[in-house]
Design a protein around this ligand. Structure first.
Ligand code: GDP
Length: 695
């Protein structure tokens, strides 16, 4: 018979994890009683340990679903909170503290909640039982307790004492049974006393005669009867209270005390047929629970079948019977991501790196040209045009390079380019591009719906790129070192540079022209721009002398308009320069590398090209290949092996769609499992019946 209860309690536990529906459970014993009736003492006497929250103002605010599991071959006794994952707790004062914390976590304004705390206790000394401890009924609300507390506790208890649960109604012997809140509540839902066990505590506080009469109460006759107990642990000097109630098992101490009391009074002799003592109470509870559970097996199993049919239907219709587990989901997502990454890596190679770098260096060349050749001061209205316009000078420079200034200018410009920090610049341009591609791959992958995975992948790539870049930029700088001293440009390189820079200049020209258009639109028309630029030109050429600094506006133009005007002048000059330089680059003179001092654009482009070639080769080998090798492995490490079952589960459930799918699969699997267990229970029951019949 023992096996049956164990199995049923196991099934009850499984059903708890399925959750939801009220019909989807097996009955339990619900313990009710008013405060101080001795309810906790009874439960602790059954368990053999003090583990329930105490304290004058301590009201149990949540039901405790207490599952006792008899472990005949084990020595250790321990508690477990399955929902908290705290592991085995062998120190029962720790169980008590945890229960206290869980109760206190319920906000005072909620008074009580019906969200149960699940606690399992494993011990060779406990019977297999399933009990639900409810908040004790209170007679009067305390000063610091909400007024509706009393009402709320009653409601909560009412919910639990519904059939088919067994009611364990606790009343103290020293209180008139007619006033017992527990019995009154039970009578409401079980008027014929068919599923209520009465427990009379504190039998030692009334005289034995009266005690005996309570146990044979006829006013509220209970089919399952009354049991009288003395659950207070005696505190004698030889067995200090602290030791008894704190760490050791109290079962024996209580039994000894009860025996001493009941056997010393003839009223409770075996002839009286009264049921007394915690030991008898335990036996009764086991017997009644088993009977009750067995009686509801059929209805419960029907309920499970109904739920299973629903879950199966949903699985079929919504998910096309596609199997799914958190692990398989993660593995598939990871594979898909790595696949996408592989295709990306096949498309992003040396050529792409080269384009990126060349574009970056083109911009650097344009900046250098502007700084060293094209710009003239434009930010100060009072500065007149330079006497010798560098550009007109450049145009007129004599082919033999007589004018040393152009030689120095070009040498220093090319040195500025090679000493720019190309190692760091090129490495970071490519690393940033890789990171941007990874971000794009994430956004286009399943991981986009998973903040946790997004972060893990981003961290993986940034940390790899950071580590690689550190050494690579230094090494690359060393590779380009020779160019810092001497640069030879071949004819074909010159021709290529000329062609490329023509395009770059054209592109730049387009950018400037469109900026001019934008500015005109912004200011409110071409004419307005012409007026203000004409004024600025007059100031610059000294035809107009400004009074003051012109900051607050001048010549009838506002300061803001003057600012725009200066921009317009700058852009106009830039357009002019670009057009002129385009002509120069295309001219015969620039076709020959001998004239490099006249054609700094072409020469600098050729230098940039050389730098690019060195950098792309190096970065392809050092950054790309290494990244392409390490990154997928790092992904495996961060999202594969190192994740715990819980983390994998949390990951998959981040996506609401996947969460629903997983829930259906899980529910279906669990229900199928429970049904199988029910079937084996049925067989066990049949076997026990046959065995019983043979005996
Ligand atoms: P609860 O509020 O219903 O959980 O009641 P407790 O179990 O905390 O008991 C209330 C008080 O009654 C405590 O001081 C217990 O020591 C005491 N008590 C419990 N059972 C007995 C008993 O059988 N005999 C005596 N004399 N006192 C008891």
């Amino acid at each position: 018979m023992m096996m049956l209860t164990k199995k049923m309690i196991e099934i009850r536990g499984l059903l708890q994890t399925v959750g939801q529906s009220e019909s989807l459970t097996l009955p339990s014993i619900v313990v009710i009683g008013s405060q101080s009736s001795g309810k906790s003492s009874v439960l602790e006497a059954i368990v053999g340990h003090e583990f329930l929250p105490k304290g004058s103002n301590m009201v149990t605010r949540r039901p405790i679903e207490l599952t006792l599991i008899n472990t005949p071959d084990a020595h250790a006794e321990y508690g477990e909170f399955p929902a908290l994952g705290l592991g085995k707790i062998t120190d029962f004062s720790q169980v008590q503290r945890t229960l206290t914390d869980l109760n206190l976590a319920v906000p005072a304004r909620d008074c009580v909640t019906d969200d149960p705390i699940q606690l399992r206790i494993y011990s060779p000394n406990v019977p297999d039982l399933s009990l639900i401890d409810l908040p004790g009924y209170i007679q009067v609300t305390g000063r610091d307790q909400p007024v509706e507390l009393k009402e709320k506790i009653s409601e909560l208890c009412e919910k639990y004492i519904k059939p088919p649960n067994v009611i364990l109604a606790i009343s103290a012997a020293d209180v008139d049974l007619a006033n017992s809140t527990a019995l009154r509540a039970s009578r409401k839902v079980d008027p014929r006393g068919e599923r209520t066990i009465g427990v009379i505590t504190k039998m030692d506080l009334v005289d034995p005669e009266r005690g005996a009469s309570l146990l044979s109460d006829k006013k509220y006759a209970l089919r399952l009867g009354y049991v009288g107990v003395v659950c207070r642990v005696p505190s004698t000097t030889s067995t200090p209270k602290l030791f008894n109630r704190g760490s050791g098992n109290i079962t024996n101490a209580i039994a000894k005390n009860e025996n001493a009391y009941f056997s010393s009074h003839a009223e409770f002799s075996p002839d009286s047929h009264l049921s007394v003592g915690t030991k008898n109470l335990r036996k009764k509870l086991m017997h009644v629970l088993e009977q009750t559970m067995a009686a509801s097996l059929k209805t419960t199993s029907e309920a499970i079948q109904r739920e299973l049919a629903e879950a199966t239907y949903e699985y079929k219709v919504q998910y096309n019977e596609r199997p799914l587990s958190a692990e398989s989901y993660l593995a598939e997502s990871l594979d898909a991501f790595k696949h996408a990454f592989r295709s990306f890596s096949e498309q992003f190679g040396r050529q792409q790196v080269r384009e990126l770098l060349k574009h970056e260096l083109d911009q650097q060349v344009m900046n250098l040209l502007a700084q060293r050749y094209w710009n003239r001061p434009f930010d100060d209205l009072s500065v007149p045009l330079p006497e010798s316009d560098p550009l007109s000078g450049l145009m007129k420079a004599d082919p033999e390079g007589e004018n040393q200034i152009w030689q120095i200018k070009l040498d220093s410009s090319s040195a500025a380019l090679t000493k720019l920090g190309v190692g760091r610049l090129a490495t970071s341009v490519v690393a940033n591009a890789l990171q941007a591609h990874i971000d794009r791959l994430i956004s286009n992958s399943r991981f986009s719906a998973h903040p946790f995975a997004r972060q893990a992948i981003t961290e993986a790539s940034t940390s790899i790129l950071r580590d690689l870049s550190y050494d690579i930029s230094d090494e690359l700088e060393i590779c380009i070192k020779p160019y810092k001293y001497r640069i030879e440009v071949e004819d074909n390189e010159w021709a290529k540079g000329r062609e490329n820079v023509t395009n770059v200049l054209k592109e730049e020209l387009k950018v400037c022209e469109s900026a001019v258009k934008k500015l005109e639109e912004h200011v409110g028309g071409r004419k307005k721009v012409r007026d203000v630029t004409a004024f600025i030109d007059r100031v610059r050429s000294g035809q107009v002398v400004l009074e003051g600094d012109g900051i607050g506006g001048a010549g009838g133009f506002s300061a803001a308009l003057l600012k725009k005007g200066r921009e317009a002048v700058f852009l106009r000059d830039r357009v002019e320069v670009l057009k002129m330089r385009l002509l120069a680059v295309k001219s015969k003179q620039c076709a020959n590398k001998k004239n490099k001092y006249h054609c700094p654009e072409v020469f600098l482009d050729a230098v940039a090209d050389k730098l690019t070639t060195t950098a792309d080769l190096f970065l392809d080998a050092e950054l790309l290949s290494k990244f392409y090798y390490i990154f997928p492995r790092e992904l495996d490490a961060r999202l594969g092996r190192s994740l715990s079952q819980n983390e994998v589960e949390r990951f998959a459930r981040e996506d609401p769609k996947i969460r629903r799918h997983l829930d259906v699969v899980r529910r279906k699997d669990l229900l199928e499992h429970v049904l199988k267990e029910m079937e084996s229970l049925r067989q066990l029951e049949a076997r026990e019946k046959r065995y019983g019949a043979r005996k």
